[in-house]
Design a protein around this ligand. Structure first.
Ligand SMILES: Nc1ncnc2c1ncn2[C@@H]1O[C@H](COP(=O)(O)OP(=O)(O)O)[C@@H](O)[C@H]1O
Ligand SMILES: [Mg+2]
Length: 383
């Protein structure tokens, strides 16, 4: 098979990683659309689609709704469906509480606890954490053949991969136990409980008794859910490492972006996560050699610029020639970077040209997916 087909179609989960602004969301959506045209029921879980793309797909910013995209204008195999969801961190957090809480009463008390309200709004890394959480839900629901996850644009890849671990650790049972039941025996306990008594008094003084009540209630309630969190986290980690998953790195043909791709290559390798290659997006094409603008354009320019001064016409032609020269230069620089990406050893490298227009609708996504999925194998691979 050509392009990314054999990497994508047999999987349950595709994760697109890379720095922001390079076309990660576009790539994730294109992969989803292609799989749907091949008869798969696909969900694209996205974080920050460009406004025009979100609008044209009918995605709304709030509420975590899975929304079916109308594919009536797109040729496709039977059974294919494309769904998309824009992740809303807060709603996901609330849903998570409802699902992991032992009963409705506990869930309700947590959701209305002021500490929870503040924490869920400001919790560092909650977006990454929630992406992983939602992922667990949709993959384990069995509703989709394939889920494509568009990861948040984090500078540090670790933020994303370790966010679930961070929350588990934060909510570690031992830590919470310690808060709830400080050690009662020995010298250490005297110091410790003395300390926490002072701290509690101080907190009470600063924040008021209500705060202390909210905090202790919050910790008690969360305590009941720690095992649930950990279990889900372990499932997500196991899914990431399994053969049902592929990670695709997306980058632009620029030095900083290729550097980030290199960082991801290392991280994915270190964690033994299955890699499906790298997409280098927005590559400038220029296959022609140097052109002599006067030779190429001289006659045409003469006709088109009949009413221009000969000197003006000549200068226009010279400028066009210079522009072409710059494009060739840029092409050469970008191709060097593509070779550099190939040497990362992160799997096959797929180039997607920079299109003449932004990718803001199904037609644009389909165009990108054609580059990703129907490119012929290179000579070495087909032999
Ligand atoms: N191959 C391409 N050709 C032209 N424009 C593109 C291409 N890929 C992405 N874009 C445009 O670049 C912008 C950023 O793309 P997006 O997928 O939102 O990036 P990211 O998710 O990495 O931040 C969008 O406006 C999108 O339409
Ligand atoms: Mg994006």
């Amino acid at each position: 098979m050509t392009g990314l087909n054999d990497q994508v179609l047999p999987r349950k989960l595709i994760v697109a990683v890379g720095s922001g602004g390079v076309g990660k969301t576009t790539t994730a959506a294109s992969i989803g659309l292609w799989a749907a045209t091949q008869g798969k029921k696909v969900l694209v879980l996205t974080i920050d689609p460009a406004k025009r793309l979100a609008n044209s797909l009918g995605l709304s910013e709030f509420g975590n709704d899975e929304k079916q995209i109308d594919l009536s204008g797109v040729p496709q195999a039977d059974g294919g469906e494309l769904w998309a969801m824009m992740l809303d961190t807060r709603t996901t957090f609330d849903e998570l509480i409802r699902e992991t809480a032992p009963n409705q009463d506990t869930a309700q008390r947590i959701l209305t606890n002021p500490i929870y309200v503040t924490m869920s709004d400001t919790f560092a890394g909650s977006q990454e954490y929630m992406a992983a959480e939602k992922l667990y839900d949709v993959v384990s629901s069995g509703k989709y053949d394939l889920v494509v996850l568009d990861t948040p644009p984090v500078k540090n890849a670790l933020d994303f991969f370790e966010a679930p671990g961070r929350l588990s650790r934060f909510m570690d049972r031992q830590v919470i136990d310690w808060f709830l039941h400080p050690p009662k025996k020995g010298f250490f306990s005297t110091v410790v409980s003395g300390t926490s008594a002072v701290i509690y008094k101080l907190l009470g003084y600063v924040f008021g008794q209500d705060f202390l009540h909210d905090l202790s209630e919050f910790l008690q309630l969360f305590n009941e859910m720690v095992d649930g969190f950990r279990e889900r986290h372990e499932h997500v980690m196991a899914l990431f490492a399994s053969d049902r998953t592929r990670f695709i790195t997306v980058c632009a043909p620029t030095e900083p972006s290729v550097e980030v791709a290199g960082f991801f290559a290392e991280e994915l390798k270190r964690r033994s996560y299955p890699r499906a290659g790298v997409v280098v997006n927005q590559v400038h094409g220029c296959t022609q050699g140097p052109l002599e603008p006067q030779v190429l354009l001289g006659e045409t320019a003469k006709e088109l610029a009949a009413d221009l001064e000969p000197r003006t016409a000549a200068s226009l032609v010279a400028r066009l020639g210079a522009a072409h020269g710059r494009l060739r230069q840029q092409h050469a620089t970008e191709q060097k970077l593509v070779r550099q990406v190939e040497r990362l050893g992160s799997g096959r490298v797929h180039e997607v040209p920079r299109l003449e227009h932004e990718v803001h609708d199904l037609a644009g996504l389909l165009e990108v997916s054609t580059h990703l999925f129907t490119e012929p194998l290179s000579r070495e691979e087909s032999s």
